[in-house]
Design a protein around this ligand. Structure first.
Ligand code: SF4
Ligand code: SF4
Length: 440
């Protein structure tokens, strides 16, 4: 794609990066076929190619974002299916990230929407506040029916519709708190490795059993696990809201905490059980490339970051018994894992090797609609994607559904009675851990 940035504009490293990305696009439109919003809405401006044109226009003309640009960028799930499909290697992720930051800086959203986004950015990355929020949501939920009704087909969902979606996501009860930062779990038997395990923010409130399963499995196989003190939210939630200052501050704090831990006891890897977080941590090196103090350390941390299934693939697992060998598992491939990190086979191979019958889900490239805060901010599209995902999953008649991302697990669990579990819970069970239950 031809671009017309001035030399002055190109002196800005972000614009230079955008220019490189835009020039790689050859307008072929292959990406439209796998874009969930284009598949549902059929509007070119809700396709990757359409959004690329909108972003190009906004950046080249150095114009503030228009309501139209904001509408179509807001509808993008950042699922990155377009990056998997694109034959030219267009890095849509870095382009849309830049657009989101510009929108947050230069576009005046309606007051109610600004308030909602500010609340999400404040509460979600803080487990203490998130826990209080979940308790309040549970108390208020019975009154959700009293909120003003809105048409479900409206282009931009109303505040009430979004609040209803937020309340619907709150689980009926919360589990007790899991292990806290600063804990060290020694390896059993011969120690073969030492890793940090990201504690996550929403996940540690909603399902601490996921990280407990990872700790059980790793220590059982000779790996020491550390929950690093002073670790924060990875920044993914605020990054996707376009709040770059907050996201980068969190990235810097985590880099300092993890590298200090690596200096104390050594770290072979930083493991992540929430693939949405893993995708962003693996991108720290890019996000901080212009920071003279953090560029190098950020690249080191990105190199250490691994999805739990990537790391466990390098371990000789020791399955016990065959109590689960007839269980059919529908494997839901989270977008952040399959498109963001290009991890497609490892989770399925691990499940098969440990005795499960693993089934691929039809249309597995399509997002389930969770996408961070998307199911709150764009609930109508998210619901349609969830219903489509659940219908596809039902076609393989599973006993359980496995996924590697808490957001997907909550989203899918909202549309089915089939238990939804994390891949690591099944692997832990197969190697001597407890049988996993369902989310929520
Ligand atoms: S990230 Fe997903 S929703 Fe956004 S343009 Fe790409 S395929 Fe479409
Ligand atoms: S597939 Fe790639 S090159 Fe083709 S239009 Fe989409 S982003 Fe551009």
């Amino acid at each position: 794609m031809k671009t017309e940035f001035s030399l002055t504009q190109l002196a800005d490293p972000d614009i230079a990066e955008a220019d490189k990305i835009l020039r790689a696009c050859v307008h072929c439109g292959f990406c439209t076929a796998t874009c969930p919003t284009y598949v549902l809405l059929g509007d070119e401006l809700d396709s990757p190619r359409g959004r690329i044109y909108l972003i190009k226009e906004m950046l080249e003309k150095d114009r503030p974002p228009t309501p139209e640009v904001v509408k179509h960028i807001d509808r993008c799930l950042s699922c990155l299916a377009c990056m998997t499909t694109c034959p030219s290697g267009v890095n849509y992720m870095h382009l849309v990230d830049q657009a989101r930051v510009r929108i947050e800086k230069q576009y005046a959203r309606p007051l109610a929407e600004r308030a909602l986004r500010a609340v999400l950015a404040l509460v979600l990355p803080r487990p203490g506040l998130f826990r209080i929020g979940m308790v309040l949501a549970r108390l208020v939920r019975p009154f959700a029916a009293l909120l003003p009704a809105t048409r479900t087909t409206s282009a931009t969902p109303s505040l009430w519709r979004r609040i209803r979606a937020m309340l619907a996501l709150a689980p009926a009860s919360l589990p007790p708190k899991g292990a806290q930062g600063g804990s060290v779990f020694p390896a059993q038997g011969n120690k073969t490795g030492r890793v940090a395990l990201l504690q996550g923010c929403a996940q540690q409130v909603l399902a601490p059993r996921i990280n407990q399963a990872a700790i059980n499995l790793l220590t059982r196989h000779g790996v020491e696990v550390v929950l690093v003190k002073d670790e924060q939210c990875c920044g993914a939630l605020t990054h996707h809201l376009g709040h770059d200052g907050d996201a980068l501050a969190r990235a810097r704090a985590n880099i300092s905490a993890w590298l200090a831990e690596a200096g104390r006891g050594g770290l072979d890897a930083i493991l992540v059980t929430t693939s949405g977080c893993g995708t962003v941590i693996k991108d720290y090196g890019f996000l901080l490339r212009e920071d003279p103090d953090f560029a190098g350390p950020a690249a080191t941390v990105s190199g250490l970051a691994k999805d739990i299934t990537e790391y466990v693939s390098g371990i000789e697992l020791r399955p016990v018994g065959a109590q689960h060998s007839d269980l059919v598992i529908a494997y839901h491939s989270a977008c952040s894992l399959q498109h963001g990190q290009k991890i497609t086979q490892a989770p399925k191979e691990l499940l098969s090797k440990t005795g499960f019958v693993v089934k691929d889900v039809p249309e597995s490239h399509l997002c389930c609609g969770s996408a961070g805060t998307y199911n709150i901010l764009q609930p109508d599209i998210a619901d349609r994607l969830r219903d489509r995902k659940v219908a596809n999953i039902a076609m393989v008649k599973p006993d359980m559904i496995a996924a590697g991302n808490i957001g997907c697990m909550m989203q899918i669990a909202g549309g089915t009675s089939v238990p939804v579990v994390h891949t690591i819970e099944l692997l832990d069970w197969a190697t001597g851990g407890p049988r996993p239950g369902s989310v929520g």
